[in-house]
Design a protein around this ligand. Structure first.
Ligand code: HEC
Length: 169
């Protein structure tokens, strides 16, 4: 009995270790691809300022997308965000073609570990699954859709981006 417990424990330990190593590798790879995001979100992930008030893109801190259900995060980066406001000069373009599964998993892991409260690993396999799931989708994601998805997910949190514009009747 003792032996089984020991074997089980060491199995868990080595699994955790493997996960930790994967995470370190994913973060390093993500960092190497981060320039693609830093162009608008800033090297420090705080959003690139253009003059005293205008920003290229929002910062990642406190973003419910970066922190929340990784599937929603992946969807946003794969398909981009429909531009509905003028709060930011930049636009969140669809980056699915610019990042392969390993790149996106790395960037997501890097952001979740360095710019958010989540400290988990997003794997290449997960990204592969989400890419396949949304492969036929061509429209960008709307702010309203992001808000609805976040509200439905386990960790509802507000997105950092601009509010959904009120519908004029
Ligand atoms: C050309 C500029 C640009 C680039 C490059 C860019 N983004 Fe964005 N991103 C934006 C803008 C602008 C928004 C806000 C869009 C909106 O809400 O209308 C945004 C929003 C986001 C959001 C949603 C934040 C929230 O909480 O609402 C995430 C996540 C995100 N970007 C991740 C990334 C990642 C990861 C990369 C690199 C792989 C990247 N972006 C590259 C401009 C950019």
């Amino acid at each position: 009995m003792k032996k089984i417990i020991l074997v089980t424990l060491s199995l868990f330990a080595s699994l955790n270790l493997a996960n930790a190593e994967d995470k370190v590798a994913a973060i390093a790879h993500g960092k190497s691809k981060f320039m693609m995001c830093a162009a608008c979100h800033g090297m420090d992930g705080k959003g690139l300022k253009l003059g005293p008030t205008m920003m290229m893109a929002p910062g990642y801190k406190g973003s419910g997308v970066v922190d929340g259900d990784p599937e929603i995060f992946a969807l946003v980066v794969l398909k981009g965000i429909k531009k509905e406001g003028t709060e930011y000069l930049g636009m969140m373009a669809p980056l699915g073609a610019a990042l392969n599964d390993k790149d996106l998993a790395g960037v997501m892991t890097y952001l979740r570990n360095d710019f958010s409260e989540k400290k988990d690993l997003v794997t290449e396999e997960q990204v592969k699954g989400w890419r396949a799931k949304y492969k036929d989708r061509t429209e960008m994601v709307t702010r309203a859709e992001i808000a609805a998805l976040l509200a439905k997910s386990d960790a509802p949190k507000k997105a950092a981006g601009p509010k959904v514009p009120e519908k004029s009747e």
